[in-house]
Design a protein. Structure first.
Length: 224
């Protein structure tokens, strides 16, 4: 999936042919890049990137420079897993945690006022690495560059977002409500995936657990 393939579909839906071209490639590619950044704001999970972070010798850590927000801390590199907790819980359990001796990370905590920072306990020693996941801010892609991270199944959603931006500025040629139609499609496409997770990522597949009973051949839905 590249900006060029998205622009081709956008031109087809806009009926913006070579002979009646209203938008240059540069303008439409700019809209594609804007759409990717809008998606990152609404669905940072779609740009999740796993990486190794070299920690500062402190309790406060910063995500990589291209991060939009921290998602998770998995483990110490070559070591044990790291458990997420909250500052409030750690303050109650161990009030001196901020001044304890540096050692291998056991817990991490989100910085509620800064999505690109987080806390660890205990503070990191020198050359201490963590396996993390963060939402990467989309770069500005050139026409033929492959768009990273976001799955290709989101191609039509990116198309909808790009058309919304194009129609929003082209009042001379568009009918009333057309920009809103594509905007609604764009938002609905992004939110539909999160609701579908109940079906695909849970054992009950979205069924009410009260209506599911154990049978001789596995889980059976109760009828009547």
């Amino acid at each position: 999936m590249t900006p060029a393939t998205i622009v081709t579909e956008v031109r087809r839906l806009l009926q913006d042919s070579d002979t009646t071209q209203r938008y240059t490639d540069a303008i439409l590619i700019g809209f594609v890049n804007q759409t990717l950044k809008r998606i990152a704001l609404l669905r940072p999970d779609l740009f999740a990137l796993q990486a190794v972070l070299r920690c500062a010798e402190s309790i406060v850590q910063s995500a990589p420079g291209d991060s939009y927000r921290m998602i998770d801390v998995f483990s110490v590199v070559g070591g044990a897993g790291v458990i997420e907790t909250t500052r409030e819980q750690l303050d109650h359990a161990r009030p001196t945690w901020v001044s304890d001796t540096a050692a291998t990370t056991e817990n991490w905590m989100r910085h509620l006022r800064n999505p690109n920072k987080f806390f660890i306990y205990p503070k990191a020693p020198a050359t201490h690495d963590l396996n993390i996941e963060y939402a990467q801010t989309p770069i500005d892609y050139a026409s033929g560059a492959t768009i990273n991270l976001i799955p290709e199944t989101y191609f039509p959603i990116i198309v909808d977002g790009t058309i919304f931006l194009a129609e929003s500025i082209d009042n001379e040629h568009v009918s009333s409500g057309r920009a809103k139609l594509f905007y609604d499609n764009f938002i609905q496409g992004l939110t539909a995936n999160t609701s579908n997770r109940v079906i695909s990522d849970s054992e009950s597949a979205g069924e009410n657990t009260k209506d599911i009973i154990g049978g001789p051949y596995g889980k059976v839905k109760r009828y009547g």
